[in-house]
Design a binder for this molecule. Structure first.
Ligand SMILES: Cc1cc2nc3c(=O)[nH]c(=O)nc-3n(C[C@H](O)[C@H](O)[C@H](O)COP(=O)(O)OP(=O)(O)OC[C@H]3O[C@@H](n4cnc5c(N)ncnc54)[C@H](O)[C@@H]3O)c2cc1C
Length: 343
């Protein structure tokens, strides 16, 4: 929708996945929108695995997060259509694999929780070792047991961000590459703070915990086994590792530990070593892949694990604290923000 000259104005601070999708939702309903963004080096969405994990993120005790994630995942197809590129989705299903009896017990507890919550439970199927290996031929012979989560795939977050940027430009949204130090600096009728970890500096009464994570990008070459077609989520000797297929890459992720500070952006050797060890244990053929990139980002986590999507005062709204699930939760965040904006 093209805004009229007297349309209300919205400033969005932060052009990550959350700020961009909220900005587009507002522009689609006739708002004049400006985005103020400090740049990609501060953006968790650049390094994310891109998994749409609701069942896979269904940890006991997080019932509300599981329900919200499932609701949001169901909104993704409409957004992919809006962005006009089906290539954004790179996998449809997730295969969960345990390598030992203890790992199998860990996965069983996650599955039991999902079944007990009855959210998408019919999409989660138990697999024997043989059935799991039939799904992905290059898996280790050490497979103990597994689960198939249908409809729980992944997006290429790099492609998503570039398609969002194009859609924002087409909708007339102006992008300003600038760090904002105070909300008053931005001229607009309404302001959305969606600055990931930067939100806590702009709204000091919001506490966010910086959870750092490393990921790797691997590329097959002519000596390599083909990449998996599912998202493969392994529990390997007590540690989690995931493999996410992309058009020409395989993303391996992700570690999780508290960051030393807001500038703790370099991958640590130990994190990279653990990811490589666990990924090649899960799928030995990955040893021939080229290691194209290692990167680290900081997940902006709220204290209770739930995203903070609310109005702060007459002029200010916030959408932040999406932790390990910002890609999953972006559509429901944009929908809730649009409702708040509409009053
Ligand atoms: C290793 C790793 C793997 C992950 N894997 C997944 C996954 O598989 N699935 C999933 O759903 N989620 C995943 N996540 C989490 C996901 O990346 C985040 O939840 C999501 O990116 C949060 O989005 P955001 O827009 O709030 O923040 P960000 O993506 O961090 O974007 C914030 C933006 O705000 C800007 N900014 C900050 N401060 C200011 C300021 N003062 N002024 C102007 N601009 C500012 C930054 O430049 C940045 O562009 C992962 C994260 C990491 C680190």
């Amino acid at each position: 929708m093209t805004p009229t000259d007297d349309a209300p104005t919205l400033a969005v601070i932060g052009g990550g996945v959350i700020g961009s999708m909220c900005a587009l939702a507002a522009a689609d309903t006739g708002w004049h929108v400006d985005i103020y963004d400090a740049g990609p080096e501060y953006r968790a969405a650049e390094v994310a695995g891109g998994m749409l994990g609701s069942l896979g993120e269904g940890h006991p005790g997080e019932s509300a997060l599981l329900a919200l994630s499932a609701e949001s995942t169901a909104l993704w197809p409409r957004w992919i259509e809006r962005l006009g590129d089906p290539g954004i989705r790179t996998a449809d299903d997730s295969l969960f694999v345990a390598t030992t009896a203890a790992d199998g017990e860990y996965l069983r507890q996650l599955a039991d929780f999902v079944w007990s919550e009855q959210i998408g439970a019919d999409r989660l199927t138990t697999l024997t070792a043989r059935e799991a290996r039939a799904q992905e031929k290059a898996l280790t012979t050490r497979v103990h047991s597994g689960y198939l989560a249908r409809g729980e795939g992944a997006l290429d977050n790099g492609l998503l961000l570039s398609r969002l940027r194009a859609a924002l430009a087409a909708a007339g949204v102006h992008w300003h590459r600038i760090r904002i130090d105070a909300i008053d600096e931005v001229p607009a009728d309404q302001v959305l703070v969606a600055a990931g970890m930067g939100t806590a500096q702009l709204l000091p009464d919001i506490t966010l915990i910086p959870m750092k994570g490393e990921i790797l990008r691997l590329a097959p070459n002519r000596h390599s086994v083909p990449p998996p077609t599912h998202v493969v989520r392994g529990r390997v000797d007590g540690r989690n590792v995931y493999l996410v297929p992309r058009a020409d890459r395989l993303v391996v992720g992700a570690t999780q530990y508290e960051a030393a500070g807001p500038d703790d952006h370099l991958p640590q050797a130990g994190g990279v070593a653990d990811l490589l060890a666990d990924a090649t244990e899960l799928m030995p053929g990955l040893r021939t892949y080229d290691l194209v990139e290692s990167a680290a980002g900081i997940r902006p986590c709220s204290a209770d694990g739930m995203p903070i999507i609310e109005r702060r005062d007459e002029r200010t709204l916030v959408a932040a604290g999406h932790g390990r699930n910002g890609i999953v939760l972006a559509p429901i965040t944009a929908a809730r923000f649009a409702d708040l904006l509409a009053g």
